[in-house]
Design a protein around this ligand. Structure first.
Ligand code: TYD
Length: 221
């Protein structure tokens, strides 16, 4: 837990379709109702520039996007988010909830794409300048359920995000590598990670998230 700056930096992680976004929104709503100042963001795409980068990353037409270019784009979006939104909000003492952060890059690019951790950690040092989440919720769900959910959602997507499925089109082995990497990350940093069983109902998962989160409120100044 950071004691050097005000605010609280919370990230949500999990494989596609784990339900993390729903849970993040529910937590934000509950905190807002309790009168806390909450800022919600996501990666890639938490800023206007990040949204433009997100389009490139998720466009199913961009099949030729090189793994290193993909990696740098995720970090470009993150650097902008850190600079423009996350650090200023934390400095103002707010609770910042971000849907995905560097753990996603460790899971998807370092492990999923096989780029290795070292390059990801190097870029993290440049883009995030030492900023680490105080707490990370890992919403646990099995790969088969997650992919079924993600596909069902993509079929329903219309408008801006329609056709933005490049990451969901990866093989099942890719998604298994991502899930295994999350397990390793959570085991390695048990103090920061809160593992939540994502296979139950939305309400039950939200109750688990709240039970793990509420003790942290005493750290918010
Ligand atoms: P997201 O919008 O969270 O989609 P979902 O709700 O389906 O999880 O993330 C978009 C995709 O980008 C997702 O497939 C995970 C991927 N991703 C990476 O590969 N690396 C990263 O660093 C980040 C932030 C996301």
């Amino acid at each position: 837990m950071s004691t050097t700056r005000p605010g609280l930096f919370v990230t949500f992680e999990g494989i596609d379709g784990s339900g993390k976004t729903t849970q993040l929104r529910l937590l934000a709503q509950r905190l807002g109702e309790l009168g806390h100042e909450v800022v919600v963001s996501c990666e890639p795409g938490g800023t206007a520039i990040g949204k433009q980068i997100r389009k490139i990353l998720l466009d199913a037409n961009n099949q030729e996007l090189a793994p290193t270019a993909e990696l740098l784009l995720y970090f470009a979006a993150r650097a902008q988010n850190v600079e423009e939104l996350i650090l200023p909000s934390l400095d103002a003492g707010k609770i910042v909830l971000v849907d995905r952060f560097t753990d996603s890059t460790l899971a998807y690019q370092a492990a999923g794409r096989g780029l290795g951790e070292e390059v990801v950690l190097q870029l993290d040092r440049i883009a995030c300048r030492g900023l680490k989440p105080d707490v990370t919720f890992l919403i646990d769900i099995d790969v088969e359920t997650s992919l079924a959910r993600a596909r069902a959602r993509n079929e329903q997507t219309v408008g801006e995000e329609a056709g933005q499925t490049r990451m969901d089109e990866q093989t099942i082995e890719f998604h298994r590598r991502v899930a295994a990497a999350y397990e390793r990350l959570a085991a390695r940093d048990a103090e920061r990670f809160r593992r939540i069983d994502g296979r139950t109902s939305v309400e039950e998962v939200a109750a688990q998230v709240w039970a793990a989160f509420s003790p942290l409120l005493e750290h918010v100044r």
